[in-house]
Design a binder for this molecule. Structure first.
Ligand SMILES: NC(=O)c1ccc[n+]([C@@H]2O[C@H](COP(=O)([O-])OP(=O)(O)OC[C@H]3O[C@@H](n4cnc5c(N)ncnc54)[C@H](O)[C@@H]3O)[C@@H](O)[C@H]2O)c1
Length: 349
């Protein structure tokens, strides 16, 4: 396999590339990433010299660049992680970039996949496209749940997903779409809940919890997500959609208290702040379709505390990575706030 990974310098893409290089030493991997504020080549320092790995800087909205990287490297398979991913930014002023990358960018990849006779294309998407479930109900997102997003981020992702379906039906492009729940693990940019809270606590600061803290997400370890994508790349059926989750529903307050506990600090470090506008209440995934293909998570619900503990330990140990990214986050937040003229600095995902 000669695999093009779009957006491989971010959180999930970099974990996925490391997993693939370790699992399939014979595969060639080309990482095509624009290196926005969220892209970080430090995430892949340990594999940068691997002769089977190559980095090419580029933008998925640039069709010529996509065609060139596919042709030059004889690409056979494509996976797309490239996206604007921070929900708060999509609400507070950066919406156009979300539509450009998350919708138009996917359409450009589809055109390039079609022109270069690519064998399989996986478009990595999110459960947020389904909208919100009610708290306390025994309901789950299945692959048949109507797409009805509430956030500009999720709407832009849904645009890309729908384009995939249209290209499959109209042009027979061999594309698969995945909808995964919230990821945690090493190398996550500290605008998202878990690393943001861990970093704040490491600095002795308080952690901001939105609203009543009862919003529920199904938390999955990034290595389990990577292994699910690996399976679909090999055994998924083109034209199909697959949900990925581990039945690990937790509300934000529960997650916050677990982090406080694992870091040995008290609940006086919690600061409740005004809720995010349109904050979806609950996401929950029915993952029976991908489970039927043989996928089993290493970190099911019973192992969540262990996964969280290992993640916190990773951030505590990799101090240079943390310092560099924390500085980058502050520079980026200042730039973003200056462009908006607001004071909002909440990083809750
Ligand atoms: N993080 C989660 O919990 C989660 C859950 C489900 C699905 N997803 C999806 O997984 C994918 C990866 O998420 P992540 O958390 O790793 O994101 P991330 O923000 O950490 O990384 C995104 C990467 O995409 C790159 N990028 C952005 N715009 C680009 C463009 N126009 N061209 C090329 N590269 C570009 C960035 O430089 C960065 O390296 C996204 O599509 C996201 O919607 C994420």
């Amino acid at each position: 396999m000669k695999l093009l990974v779009c957006g491989g310098a971010g959180f999930i893409g970099s974990n996925f590339i490391r997993h693939m290089l370790q699992t399939y030493p014979e595969y060639t991997i080309v990482n095509f990433d624009k290196l926005t504020y969220a892209g970080n080549l430090d995430n892949l320092k340990d594999v940068a010299d691997n002769p089977k790995y190559k980095f090419v800087q580029g933008d998925i909205t640039d069709l010529n660049a996509l065609n060139a990287v596919m042709k030059d490297n004889g690409i056979t398979h494509v996976i797309n992680f490239a996206a604007e991913t921070h929900v708060d930014r999509s609400i507070h002023g950066g919406t156009k970039d979300f539509v450009l990358t998350n919708t138009l960018g996917v359409q450009m990849i589809l055109d390039a996949v079609r022109a270069n006779n690519i064998e399989r294309f996986l478009n990595v998407s999110t459960d947020e496209v389904y909208g919100s479930l009610k708290l306390g109900e025994n309901t789950y997102f299945t692959e048949k749940t109507p797409v009805w997003p509430n956030m500009p981020y999720a709407a832009a992702k849904a645009g890309g997903d729908l384009m995939c379906n249209a290209y499959f039906v109209t042009h027979k492009v061999p594309v698969i779409v995945t909808h995964c729940s919230n990821n945690y693990g090493p190398y996550q940019f500290p605008e998202k809940l878990i690393p943001f809270f861990v970093f704040k606590l490491l600095k002795g600061e308080k952690v901001p919890v939105y609203g009543d803290g009862l919003n529920v997400r199904d938390w999955i370890h990034v290595i389990d997500h990577s292994k699910a994508l690996d399976l679909l790349l090999h055994k998924g059926t083109p034209g199909e959609v697959y949900n990925i989750g581990v039945d690990n529903e937790r509300n934000n307050l529960e997650i916050t208290k677990m982090i406080l506990n694992l870091m040995g600090v008290g609940e006086d470090k919690i600061e409740y702040i005004q809720d995010r506008p349109g904050h979806d209440r609950r996401y929950a995934i029915d993952a029976s379709k991908i489970t039927s293909l043989g996928w089993r998570p290493d970190y099911p619900r019973e192992k969540f505390e262990q996964g969280l503990k290992e993640t916190i330990e990773w951030y505590k140990t990799n101090t240079q990575w943390v310092e560099n990214i924390w500085q980058k986050k502050h520079d980026e937040m200042n730039k973003f706030q200056e462009s908006l003229g607001t004071e909002d600095e909440n990083g809750t995902a």
